[in-house]
Design a binder for this molecule. Structure first.
Ligand SMILES: Cc1ncc(COP(=O)(O)O)c(C=O)c1O
Length: 370
């Protein structure tokens, strides 16, 4: 559905209109200057295949990040560098599951989880969440689904897309304990770590070694187009992931790995970008209720706000289309994240500029008044 919104936005722009893009979930900023400089310098050298699980110095640097950020010791041997977190999902699902296995994911949630699982012959088991649990799967929900028919895995994201909500460390631990108590493999998508506003995000790697953490340079480090991410693996899966990646991809692009390692030196620059998101978040949290959107949770992390539009319509896709046509503000209809209840929600991405956020709020308020 969001592709249709993007195509409609492109038509408006081709006709000379100025669209405020709040539909695409990616940072407006570029990669850290340190990453770009390292990539430039590397271009004149030979770029060959690298070690299958990633250049050793990058794996060591990522492992060090766990000590620096969360105070947890991670052996560099447990780090696998991947082509974005997207490749991490494919590798994890292939290593952990067999065709027919049932894997729980939250609704609303990032659609490719379900689509990749289905493409691999697994059965995604959608667990409907609500604002009452801050859009998170609880141990009770997980165990109820497991009782209906055994689950082999569960995947959660915190901060989450499309809701921007986070699980506390206690809630995450309780869910991991519940899953592990039943032999359900746990996958933690931590791609929005670093972008937390309400409280510090906890890594699942601190709670247990026996689960898969998936992360990426795409969001905090603003490197979506570089296609680079990583996994923290349980020791028992390292060899399986190495063999899968060796066969599926040989290795991850060398240039992106070199840039990614240098990205860690650009954290000051990325913190400035994050402060921009914090300002944008404040503008939307203040402005959207005044404009007429009253029901949404106050965004713990990431750069998304998931607003209830049931006051205005029964079909968020039609609503997003009309809003785009009449205000030139593009958002994503909730149906992309939850085919049923998503009809009542739209997602705003606030990774743009503060001026755009102010203007979007003004345009929407004037439209809703009309
Ligand atoms: C929750 C979540 N996980 C994973 C991804 C995939 O990101 P990438 O493959 O760029 O790391 C996205 C992208 O938007 C996302 O929102």
């Amino acid at each position: 559905m969001v592709m249709d919104v993007m195509a409609a936005a492109a038509r408006i722009e081709a006709a000379g209109g100025r669209v405020i893009h709040m539909e695409v979930g990616q940072p407006a900023a570029a990669a850290p200057a340190t990453a770009i400089a390292a990539a430039r310098a590397a271009l004149s050298a030979r770029l060959g295949y690298t070690e299958t699980l990633g250049i050793a110095s990058l794996r060591t640097r990522i492992a060090r990040h766990y000590g620096e950020t969360y105070g947890v010791d991670v052996d560099p041997a447990r780090i696998a560098v991947t082509t974005g977190s997207s490749a991490g999902f494919i590798l994890a699902f292939l290593a952990l599951f067999e065709p027919g296995d049932r894997v729980a994911v939250a609704l609303p949630g990032y659609p490719p989880y379900r689509h990749i699982l289905r493409a691999l012959g697994c059965e995604p088991v959608a667990i409907e969440t609500t604002q009452a649990t801050r859009w998170a799967i609880t141990p009770d929900m997980l165990l109820a689904a497991h009782r209906r028919a055994p689950l082999k895995g569960v995947l959660v994201a915190s901060p989450a897309n499309p809701t921007g909500t986070m699980m506390t460390g206690t809630a995450l631990r309780a869910l991991i304990d519940a899953a592990q108590g039943e032999g359900i493999s746990f996958i933690s998508d931590e791609i929005y770590h670093g972008l937390d506003y309400a409280f510090a995000a906890e890594t699942a790697a601190k709670i247990s070694d026996d689960l898969v953490v998936i992360n990426s340079f795409s969001k905090y480090f603003c490197m979506t187009g570089w296609r680079i991410g990583w996994m923290v693996l349980p020791p028992s899966l390292i060899r399986a992931i190495e063999r899968l990646q060796g066969n599926l991809a040989i290795s991850v692009p060398a240039l992106s790995q070199i840039a990614a390692e240098a990205a860690f030196d650009g954290r000051a620059e990325m913190e400035t970008v994050k402060h921009g998101y914090e300002d944008n978040r404040r503008i939307l949290l203040d402005g959207l209720p005044k404009a007429g959107f009253e029901t949404f949770l106050p965004v713990d992390g990431a750069f998304y706000l998931y607003a209830d539009v049931s006051r205005f319509c029964d079909d968020s896709f039609e609503f997003a289309k009309r809003m785009l046509e009449e205000t030139h503000v593009a958002v994503t209809p909730g149906v992309d994240f939850d085919p049923q209840h998503g009809m009542h929600f739209i997602r705003f991405c606030f990774a743009g500029s503060a001026a755009e956020m102010h203007e979007a709020v003004e345009r929407i308020a004037a439209w809703l008044r009309r």
